[in-house]
Design a protein around this ligand. Structure first.
Ligand code: MG
Length: 252
């Protein structure tokens, strides 16, 4: 296995396995997304995720990870990331961030989406659109010859141009045989810094964007991250392979 600047370079065969993993994961998340309605608890969503994981013969990357109790991280409204599935009932007007990872043939895939339930406020709708677009802006920079922080800068500048803030306390990451590999991928920073990007790197790029302050705090459960000011937060994530032609989204 080749490592450049601490970052594992995947072979074409490994990228192919990661591509299959991404396909399975995105299909599971699409099914979860279409079944999500108000009146469900976050535990109901997690049970559905468990069923789908079993049906696709893959393994959850999150269940038991450092003791995490769920198959998915479900973060509602002011929840940023790492929400534990439980009795909370989803209502119309909520936004639900669904983060999920699987292991397929020894390789990890990771994706997240924030889903509006029923009618959400126009400002919340805009938060989701800006966050999702900022992910695409970041991904666009994931190409050979660029520097790592070109991704970070693209995300941050787009988000801040729209008056929102990027979370600093949590970052994206390399992914492959491990859920979290080098490098860390912040969603903020100046362009042109950090490792040179090259073909065979695979990254989980995941902007977490807050409507108000970028500051967060962790609830007493030791996991759930919420915004410090209680305002909404959105999270979108894709696992992306850097190819000679540029970025390839594996969890599309
Ligand atoms: Mg991730």
């Amino acid at each position: 296995m080749k490592t450049v600047q601490g970052i594992r370079i995947k072979t074409a065969n490994e990228v192919d396995i990661l591509r299959k993993a991404g396909k399975i994961l995105s299909s599971i998340v699409a099914q979860l997304q279409s079944s999500l309605t108000s009146g469900m608890s976050t535990r109901d969503i997690d049970q559905k995720a468990e069923e789908l994981i079993r049906r696709h013969h893959v393994v959850s990357a999150f269940k038991g990870y450092r003791g995490f109790p769920g198959f998915t991280c479900i973060s509602v409204n002011e929840g940023v990331v790492h929400g534990i599935p439980g009795p909370r009932i989803i209502k119309g007007g909520d936004i639900v961030s669904l983060d999920m990872g699987i292991i397929y043939e020894g390789y990890y895939s990771d994706t997240a989406v924030t889903i509006p339930v029923g009618n959400v406020s126009p400002e919340t709708r805009r938060l989701l659109d800006v966050t999702s677009d900022s992910l695409l802006r970041g991904i666009e920079q994931a190409r050979p010859g660029n520097k790592l922080s070109d991704i970070s800068f693209a995300v941050q500048s787009f988000v801040e141009m729209h008056g929102f803030s990027v979370v600093r306390d949590f970052v994206g990451h390399g992914i492959g045989k491990q859920l979290h590999e080098e490098p860390e991928i912040p969603n903020y920073g100046r362009p042109g810094e950090g490792p040179l990007l090259r073909e065979g790197m695979v990254f989980a790029i995941e902007p977490m964007v807050n409507m108000g302050t970028h500051r967060t705090r962790i609830l007493n459960d030791g996991w759930t991250v919420v915004t410090e000011d209680g305002k909404p937060s959105a999270h979108f994530e894709h696992t992306v392979a850097i190819t000679s032609n540029g970025p390839e989204i594996l969890t599309k």
